[in-house]
Design a protein around this ligand. Structure first.
Ligand SMILES: CCCCCCCCCCCC(=O)SCCNC(=O)CCNC(=O)[C@H](O)C(C)(C)COP(=O)(O)OP(=O)(O)OC[C@H]1O[C@@H](n2cnc3c(N)ncnc32)[C@H](O)[C@@H]1OP(=O)(O)O
Length: 229
């Protein structure tokens, strides 16, 4: 768990009933400890990786039509097996008995979400937060470049996590300046809190490739009223 995240967990549960109840967000405490969480991580992580591989392979395959039909049937059969027992809705945000959080359906970080890049945020004592990620063919927008909405996803998640390093914060306004196209491949995003104004936290950040900054971002993140009461 990143620095300050346990504190965020302790604050986010009471806050959930106020701001998030209206959004029908699912917060669940599961009766499992961290070793069971590790076991599940080891079970689902490789499945998600395999699905991610399938997504990329589907985009880039040039095999014969007969193989496509064969794989189509196999993938449909695999999906039907997984559908045999399902959650009613989305995964939500869950907590172990020890307070460890897992948002495995999350579009940015979800361990069970093959659409998630996935992102992992690091931080240092100076307050700098960053994430490094490789975005390949499934994230293409303009030819050879990352889709603008995916750049926004990366920056929203990083800036939101940065804003939430002390208290939980939700994106109020996110402003992006796309300075040049972001090439598919290895990228780094950085963020830092620039000011706090009561329940509002302003965070600035960038997305860069090896040649420098491609997108600049500024976000205003708002804390639920009860989190600072
Ligand atoms: C384990 C955990 C890990 C935690 C790790 C978390 C990482 C998460 C990263 C992803 C984050 C997301 O994507 S979050 C998902 C996208 N965002 C959302 O769905 C949020 C939807 N919007 C809302 O729920 C709400 O509108 C809020 C929370 C933004 C604000 O509602 P509110 O609390 O009623 O706000 P309100 O009292 O009216 O205003 C409070 C102050 O904020 C200002 N304000 C209000 N709305 C906005 C706004 N959109 N943009 C700018 N400023 C605003 C007001 O002017 C006021 O300033 P003043 O008068 O006091 O000066």
């Amino acid at each position: 768990m990143c620095r300050g995240a346990q504190h965020v967990v302790n604050r986010i549960l009471p806050a959930a009933d106020t701001i998030l109840h209206d959004h029908r967000v699912k917060f669940t405490r599961e009766d499992i400890d961290s070793s069971e969480l590790d076991r599940r991580r080891a079970l689902y992580g490789p499945l998600t990786e395999a699905v991610r591989e399938l997504v990329d392979a589907t985009i880039r395959t040039e095999v014969d039509e007969s193989v496509i039909r064969e794989v189509h049937a196999e993938v449909a059969a695999a999906a039907a097996k997984l559908r045999a027992k399902q959650l009613d809705g989305a995964f939500g945000l869950r907590f172990t008995t020890g307070g460890e959080s897992f948002a495995w359906g999350n579009a940015g970080i979800g361990l069970r979400n093959a659409l998630a890049p996935p992102l992992s945020v690091e931080s240092d004592a100076s307050g700098l937060h960053w994430t490094e990620v490789t975005l390949g063919a499934p994230y293409e927008g303009p030819p050879g470049l990352v889709h603008g909405g995916i750049c926004a996803l990366v920056l929203d998640h990083l800036l939101g996590t940065t804003a939430s390093s002390i208290e939980p914060r939700f994106t109020g306004t996110l402003t992006l300046r796309y300075r040049r196209g972001t090439p598919l491949g290895r990228l780094r995003a950085e963020a830092r809190i620039t000011r706090n104004e009561g329940r509002k936290t302003v965070v600035n950040g960038t997305l860069s490739d090896a040649g420098g900054v491609t997108v600049e971002a500024e976000g205003i993140f708002i804390g639920p009223a009860t989190a600072t009461a």
